[in-house]
Ligand binder design. Structure first.
Ligand code: GLN
Length: 434
């Protein structure tokens, strides 16, 4: 691929991504490459085709460096759920990089690749970007095709870039966004140039601050970094306004009904027949199914399948799944109302800095709480990003979250880029001893 890129460059091809090395979360299918999704179930699964995102970046001339570790089936917030072992945070290798796109975050933070691709179902691009001091963008639901991405929760999953700067994210988004008829939820709209608003001044920008994001729950070190970032935005000419997202307290509960429900359905295809792993010893067909799934999936994946199956069961569907779907609509309506008073919303990406490996492993609810600020945008389908805005306790990076209205990626990227012109948090890198 590098040789082909050199040839393109020699012929005068000025494509911006020609020859740029990129790496992929191991959830993206790459033809003739193993695509494990961090699971024993797919340990030896070789993808027969390329994901849409991969195809687009290949065409743009990017060079694939490799695949990156991740939480099994993208379920997790610390990258400790991978069958292949945990990922460590390059800023402090006793700490987690965040999840589920932890490998993508670690590789860019360690400057082993200039950018990587991740996916975000409930925060998996933004939270690891925050924990590792990167810029990460989750596009509007439907902006980037999900074709060839192993499905976790199909109504929430979106792929996006993780890089040093907003500008780099914009350049990658230019290649990966756009209509694809192979994904029925891909939105058919004209292609955009996401760099168009990068230079736009911030004078008069209205930043909404949801009181719910600034209530208790956020650590003091995170809060002070966020407040300094907001002060910088005011200096750049933005004004802040208070907004309300009254239903955001329900987002975690709604997400942990909807995501497991969809996951339990999506993961039913891993039955020992169609893909990947099959238990070596079994007595009959049912025994083969049970043993395959018992041995092929890790603990967190099984927990999600159990939750999902339960909330979809006869008699519980209305009480849980339907209710969660209604709450989802209320959450989207809250954002719609808030965006009548502001152009973007800002707040923390995560309530804490990266925590030590093993810290939250025995308490799934504590782990789920690390996505408290990111999940509502997935439920609403909104674009959102995390940008580095300083350091907190233990000299670990803090991420500022920027949320925009549907399909406002260009504006959001501009808002991030202007901040990155007057601050240098995004250029900081960990000291790495080899
Ligand atoms: N941590 C959340 C979960 O485990 C979100 C993961 C993601 O965005 N893929 O479901």
């Amino acid at each position: 691929m590098a040789r082909a890129a050199d040839q393109r460059l020699a012929k005068g091809d000025s494509g911006i991504l020609v020859g740029i090395p990129l790496a992929y979360k191991d959830i993206f299918c790459i033809r003739n490459w193993r695509t494990t999704c961090g699971s024993r179930m797919l340990e030896n699964f070789v993808a027969p085709y390329d994901a849409h995102v991969v195809e687009q970046l290949d065409t743009a001339g990017a060079v694939t460096l490799g695949k990156l570790n991740m939480d099994e089936f993208a379920m997790g917030s610390s990258n400790e759920n991978s069958y292949f072992g945990p990922v460590k945070n390059p800023w402090d290798t006793t700490r987690v990089p965040g999840g589920s796109s932890g490998g993508s975050a670690a590789v860019v933070a360690a400057r082993l690749a200039p950018a990587a691709l991740g996916t975000d179902t409930g925060g998996s691009i933004r939270q690891p970007a925050a924990f590792c001091g990167l810029t990460g963008l989750k596009p509007t639901y439907g902006a980037v095709s999900r074709y060839g991405i192993v499905a976790y929760a199909s109504s929430l999953d979106q792929a996006g870039p993780m890089a040093k700067s907003a500008e780099d994210c914009a350049l990658i988004l230019n290649s990966i966004a756009g209509f694809d008829q192979r994904d029925s939820t891909s939105v058919d709209r004209p292609r955009e140039d996401y760099t168009i608003d990068l230079a736009k001044p911030l004078k008069g920008l209205r930043i909404g601050l949801p009181c719910e994001f600034f209530a208790e729950g956020m650590d003091a070190d995170v809060r002070s970094a966020i407040e300094l970032a907001l002060a910088e935005y005011r200096k750049l000419g933005a004004v802040t306004v208070d907004v309300d997202l009254p239903n955001s307290a329900l987002s975690l509960a709604a997400y942990y009904v909807i995501a497991p429900a969809e996951a339990s359905s999506n993961l039913s295809r891993f039955d020992g027949v169609r893909y990947g792993f099959r238990a070596p010893d079994y007595s009959d067909l049912n025994d083969m199914y049970s043993k395959t799934r018992a041995q092929g999936f890790g603990a967190e994946v099984k927990r999600r399948i159990l939750m999902g199956t339960y909330v979809l069961s006869h008699g519980y569907y209305d009480a849980y799944y339907l209710k969660a779907q209604k709450i989802r609509r209320l959450i989207a309506n809250d954002f719609r109302a808030a965006f009548e008073h502001c152009d973007v919303i800002m707040g923390p990406t995560a309530p804490t800095v990266a925590f030590p490996l093993g810290d939250k492993n025995d308490d799934p609810v504590q782990m789920y709480l690390s996505d408290i600020y990111t999940i509502s945008t997935n439920l609403a389908g909104l674009p959102a990003m995390s940008i580095p805005c300083g350091f907190g306790k233990h000299k670990m990076p803090v991420g500022l979250q920027i949320i925009g209205p549907w399909f406002s990626e260009s504006r959001m990227l501009g808002v991030a880029h202007q901040y990155q012109q007057t601050t240098d948090w995004h250029t900081r890198m960990p000291e790495i001893s080899v």
